[in-house]
Design a protein around this ligand. Structure first.
Ligand code: SAH
Ligand code: DHB
Ligand code: MG
Length: 225
């Protein structure tokens, strides 16, 4: 097991060094988060690059993130936006939000990013009520138990041919049983929806293998009869 893990870590290091090298803003974000005693559960650099690339592929101008922590994934995503693009990120913990604000400020990204403090489910309802313009990409990465509800509330806020991406969806040993249940339910929900075309991509993380579920808001192409 230990051997297997170090092999995976070597693969991830190879990918990250080549394709996702960190500049000082990303490095400082991780260091500052560690210094402020926050959990080191941000996406990996290679996963951050994958999120960045997905946003660029669809020319995302408006991004919604659920679960900010120290803003590490936020930096990768916000850097995919055009100068007038916007990212809204939802965070329940005001200490996490304060650290994220510092990290984003260091990256010169605060003019494109709005951090909203509070329970994400409440904020999603608020966005419906005030008819928030649609998003091009929605990244779900907060409490795993609520993933199925986040999907329900997020989809109407997503434009046609937009992407909804969810982290930690390979039900692995890292998650407790309630979290695993939420992640599995999320995967069965997206796979069953006729208006989504989805895949779960395994990703390498420092603690082993994890997954990212990627869904395009568009029907599956019907099979030729
Ligand atoms: N996306 C971050 C990691 C997020 S960790 C990155 O990769 O860098 C999950 C975050 O979700 C934590 O900061 C936690 O405080 C937040 N969170 C948990 N429950 C939440 C809720 N109900 N509403 C909003 N945020 C929540
Ligand atoms: C963990 C990892 C995550 O990416 C996350 O969003 C929550 C928890 C973990 O490793 O415990
Ligand atoms: Mg995560």
């Amino acid at each position: 097991m230990a051997d297997q893990l170090s092999t995976l870590q070597n693969y991830d290091r190879y990918i990250a060094e080549l394709f996702a090298p960190e500049d000082r803003v990303l490095e400082a974000a991780r260091e500052e988060s560690r210094r402020k005693a926050m959990p080191e559960i941000n996406v990996s650099a290679s996963e951050g690059k994958l999120l960045h690339l997905l946003a660029r592929i669809i020319d995302a101008r408006r991004i919604l993130e659920i679960g900010t922590l120290g803003g590490y994934s936020t930096i990768w995503l916000a850097r995919a936006l055009p100068p007038d693009g916007k990212l809204i990120t939802l965070e329940i913990d005001s200490h996490h939000a304060a650290v994220a604000r510092e990290n984003l400020k260091r990256g010169g990204l605060l003019q494109n990013v709005e951090i909203k403090i509070g329970p994400a489910l409440v904020e999603l309802d608020n966005m419906h009520s005030r008819r928030e313009p649609n998003f091009d990409l929605i990244f779900i990465d907060a409490d795993k138990e609520s993933y199925p509800e986040y999907l329900q509330k997020a989809l109407p806020l997503l434009r046609e041919r937009g992407l909804v991406v969810a982290d930690n969806t390979l039900p692995n040993a890292v998650l407790d049983s309630r979290a695993r249940h939420g992640a599995k339910r999320y995967n069965t929900d997206v796979s069953a929806r006729a208006d989504l075309t989805s895949i779960l991509v395994p990703v390498l993380r420092s603690r082993g293998i994890d997954g990212l579920t990627i869904s395009l808001k568009a029907s599956n192409v019907s099979k030729p009869s």
